[in-house]
Write a protein that binds this ligand. Structure first.
Ligand SMILES: Nc1ncnc2c1ncn2[C@@H]1O[C@H](COP(=O)(O)OP(=O)(O)OP(=O)(O)O)[C@@H](O)[C@H]1O
Length: 597
């Protein structure tokens, strides 16, 4: 069974070409979100039109009663209570439309925003590790959290209002032109000019927005960098330099913000002021028409009332103009993330055996230098294969490639004769227990941290593997034993304790392939010896790929692969390689007699 295409996998984000597809693509909405957006816009339009009801009420009332004052013999059809009921009716209509508009824009937008965040997080989960090497993590968090929060605001306030004000003004304008085209012309002549001001200024504001967005990201990256490297900053007395750089970055952002606000404010104010000329037009033209007797005082009065409030929704749009123009920048960022290619493959994977074979593998990280070249070796099931060699030779890279953390450039890596690049990464990784030197722990209890290896493991199972991994010794000294919470990334533990938890986790997972990359490097010799029993259980009958700088750790391996300068320099049993007197034997010598060397 082939894994679903990335675009359809998570909450249909975004599926082009279906109904509402235009809004989906343009506004980075889900299929449901696009439909909700259309409903929200319709209700906002209805509300904008309903806001004219007080004017309609006054129109109807005055038409009847003013007529009576001017012409006492005229007949009054409706009494006082009719107008009381009509007023209440209009108020109820406005109330219900406002309620529906609120629900269809605000409530649904927050649902959509939650879905969008989940969808982006889901996408991130599926991206290859290569992606995270190239991207700044604070930038990704900022896209998922901050950009989405800003979009929430823009989608609930500005975007439906933008569409609604255009639709409602066109509809009201058509009605008014039929009623009195001269006064309507006096009111609406300003619209094309105000639109032109905005259209022309859009480019300017967009340019400022782009710079402002980049500056904002620079600030959050700088803060993140400071937090990540706080230890180094303190130990090398770099506080002043860091604070100075942070000041500079914030200063640039602040200046840009002020420049952007001034520009937007200036352009928006000129467009808003221009719209006011519509009311002035009605006052002047209407007064002349009343004087000439071509329009009644009453119609003039009604037009004045409508003119005073008809552009209110547009002003609301103008007030959110910067956010509206920012929309594109943010949506492009999200679409960019959604469009990133993910690793795909078969989800139905049942190999005959668990031999890992590298066939002429070439690999480089991104555009950088070639890290592996023509690497070929086999790690057999039931055997321990040790990768050794000088630092930077490509050992960790090979171990990670064996689990498809990255995809290779040339050649092939197979597991049980099946090409791993054709197997869906999560399916593949179910077959691996991995212990790296950089252990990642969660701010949870020790029990839960170990249970990560097998979610449904009982407490008894967890304790058994914890004992094998020599966790008992330090856990028994903790206040709540296995229930002790170990802080963010296990900050309350030593390096060796963290590694033991990681080994217990791998023991619990009990997968057929075991990758141990400097898994015991942080342990002292005594603890490493004690833990060997646990490791022996972990690796029994499995395919084991082990990386260690300590030669005593790899001395019991069945096969040694020496990686140097990105290629396989030697391969054979430890005994064979010792006799060859090349890299491996020299490394052994050097560690056994460090002084002579
Ligand atoms: N994420 C990465 N992005 C770019 N280059 C990398 C990355 N990881 C490793 N490299 C480079 O790839 C080469 C091989 O690194 P690798 O970690 O595989 O070596 P190693 O043999 O495991 O070294 P060591 O014994 O020091 O751990 C090195 O030149 C290293 O700088």
């Amino acid at each position: 069974m082939k894994q679903q295409n990335n675009n359809t996998a998570a909450n249909s984000f975004p599926v082009w070409g279906v109904r509402g597809g235009f809004f989906q693509k343009r506004l980075a909405l889900s299929e449901k979100g696009a439909k909700d957006f259309i409903t929200g816009t319709l209700f906002t339009t209805l509300l904008d039109i309903a806001l004219m009801l007080p004017a309609v009420f006054i129109f109807l009332f005055l038409e009847e009663y003013l007529n009576k004052v001017i012409n006492p013999s005229s007949y009054v059809l409706h009494g006082f209570w009719y107008y009381v009921l009509l007023g209440i009716g209009f108020m109820l209509i406005m109330f219900f439309i406002a309620m529906l508009q609120y629900k269809s824009t605000f409530t649904t937008i927050y649902d959509e925003s939650a879905n969008r965040r989940i969808s982006l997080a889901e996408k991130l989960r599926k991206l290859p590790l290569a992606f995270f090497g190239e991207k700044n993590l604070s930038d990704l968090t900022s896209t998922i959290m901050n950009d989405n929060t800003d979009l929430e605001h823009t989608f609930s306030h500005a975007v439906p209002q933008l569409f609604a004000s255009v639709i409602s003004i066109v509809l009201i304008a058509i009605g008014l032109f039929f009623y009195n085209w001269q006064l309507s012309l006096a009111l609406f002549w300003v619209v094309p000019f105000a639109a032109a001001i905005l259209f022309i200024s859009k480019k300017l504001i967009n340019k400022e927005n782009k710079i402002g967005y980049q500056n904002k990201r620079d600030v959050s990256e700088k803060i993140q960098e400071g937090l990540d490297t706080i230890q180094e900053i303190k130990s090398y007395n770099q506080e002043d330099t860091y604070v100075e750089e942070l000041h500079k970055t914030i200063d640039t952002y602040e200046k840009q913000l002020i420049r952007g606000e001034l520009l937007t404010g200036m352009l928006v104010n000129s467009a808003q002021s221009f719209l006011k000329l519509g009311l002035a037009g009605v006052i002047i033209v209407g007064a002349n028409m009343v004087a000439a007797g071509s329009v009644s005082l009453f119609v003039y009065f009604i037009f004045l009332m409508i003119s005073a409030s008809i552009f209110n929704p547009v002003n609301e749009v103008f007030n959110n103009l910067a956010a509206l123009l920012y929309l594109n920048v943010r949506i492009n960022r999200m679409n960019e993330m959604q469009a990133m290619p993910i690793q795909q493959g078969e989800t139905d994977f049942k190999p005959d055996n668990y031999d890992i074979e590298f066939h002429d593998v070439d690999f480089s990280y991104g555009e950088g230098k070639q890290v592996l070249q023509n690497v070929s070796f086999t790690a057999k099931q039931g055997e321990i294969t040790a990768l050794v060699g000088p630092s930077g030779g490509g050992k960790s890279t090979s171990a990670k490639l064996a689990a498809r953390f990255w995809d290779i450039g040339k050649g092939k890596i197979t597991l049980g004769k099946q090409d791993i690049s054709k197997i869906e990464p999560e399916t593949l990784l179910k077959n691996y227990s991995v212990v790296f030197q950089d252990v990642v722990l969660f701010n949870a209890s020790i029990m839960d941290n170990i249970r990560l290896g097998k979610r449904n493991a009982t407490d008894k199972e967890v304790m058994r593997v914890a004992k094998l991994a020599q966790c008992d010794e330090f856990v028994s000294k903790m206040p709540q034993g296995y229930e002790t919470v170990i802080g963010e990334n296990g900050e309350t533990l030593s390096g060796g304790e963290r590694q033991r938890i990681s080994i217990a986790r791998a023991l619990l997972k009990d997968a057929p392939i075991v990758l141990l990359d400097e898994a015991t490097a942080s342990l002292d010799v005594e603890n490493e010896t004690k833990i060997q029993a646990g490791i022996s259980e972990l690796i029994r009958d499995k395919t084991v790929l082990i990386i260690a700088h300590r030669m005593r750790t790899v001395a019991n391996a069945d096969r040694i692969v020496v990686l140097a300068n990105g290629g396989v320099a030697e391969t054979g049993s430890p005994e064979e390689l010792k006799n060859q007197k090349e890299i491996f034997s020299k490394m052994m010598e050097r560690q056994m007699h460090p002084i002579q060397n």
